[in-house]
Design a protein around this ligand. Structure first.
Ligand code: IPE
Ligand code: IPE
Ligand code: MG
Length: 233
């Protein structure tokens, strides 16, 4: 069975660039090419939601040039890809603090979400300026605000209600979280949502994590699932 929701921590672009005597930003460009390939592969095999960790709130601490490059990528990316996404019925969502993005980036991502909002095919959800901890804190803040006019909200608060205040509202939890680049860390990504997900850590640097490697990870998950079922009898 193909997982319904796949989430990917796209790590290793900088090292990929360095290894080739290129800049870290050139590594990010290569990563963006791989990302396009994985979007295609996901649509092809019937993944319904693909969440891609593109920029964490911690990433602001990187050198200015690199941050500028990463903030410009969505502008270029959507400029180039939106007509194709429309043609292919792909819907774009953003999980993260959109308000505090640079003006041009914010405009590009809001436009991409608006243009594609009625599309009913693959959902590509970019975690951009994302932090799992901030997401949880802003959810609590939202609940407190709404409780002022609706005190029952606090009394009736449960997991389902809480989830409606997360950036990922309306999306099912990821079935599998893949991290490329060899590090075994979550790095502040979907901590609430991935409570029950399979975690897969792969050594490929993200630009090298092509369709073939991606499908293999999804396939492996199937085999693992089956063997578990056999064991459980
Ligand atoms: C991409 O990989 C992650 C992003 C922030 C876009 P990195 O830039 O973290 O690459 P490494 O881990 O330094 O190799
Ligand atoms: C995680 O990678 C964030 C993204 C993929 C956007 P990082 O390279 O930023 O994470 P750390 O620094 O290894 O935890
Ligand atoms: Mg990294």
């Amino acid at each position: 069975m193909i997982p319904k929701h796949v989430a990917i921590i796209m790590d290793g672009n900088g090292r990929w660039g360095k290894k080739r005597g290129l800049t870290r930003s050139e590594g990010h460009y290569a990563g963006s090419q791989t990302m396009e390939e994985l979007i295609d592969a996901s649509a092809e095999v019937g993944v319904e939601i693909l969440t891609l960790y593109a920029f964490s709130t911690e990433n602001w601490k990187r050198p200015k040039d690199e941050v500028n490059y990463l903030m410009n990528l969505p502008v270029k990316f959507f400029n180039q890809k939106l007509p194709e996404f429309m043609r292919r019925n792909i819907k774009i969502l953003i999980s993260g603090d959109i308000e505090n993005l640079p003006k041009g980036t914010k405009k590009a991502v809001i436009n991409a979400m608006k243009e594609t909002e009625d599309n009913t095919g693959l959902i590509v959800n970019f975690a951009l300026n994302y932090s799992s901890r901030s997401e949880i804190v802003q959810a609590i803040y939202g609940i407190m605000q709404d409780a002022k006019s609706n005190p029952l909200l606090l009394e009736e608060l449960d997991e389902e209600t809480f989830e409606r205040y997360l950036y990922t509202r309306g999306l099912p939890d990821p079935d599998i979280v893949i991290r490329t680049g060899g590090e075994k860390r979550i790095s502040n990504f979907l901590m609430w949502q991935s409570s029950t997900a399979d975690l897969r850590f792969v050594d490929d640097l993200f630009p090298d994590f092509k369709k073939e490697q991606y499908l293999k990870v999804i396939e492996d998950q199937n085999h693992d699932d089956d063997s578990w079922k056999e064991c459980a009898g």
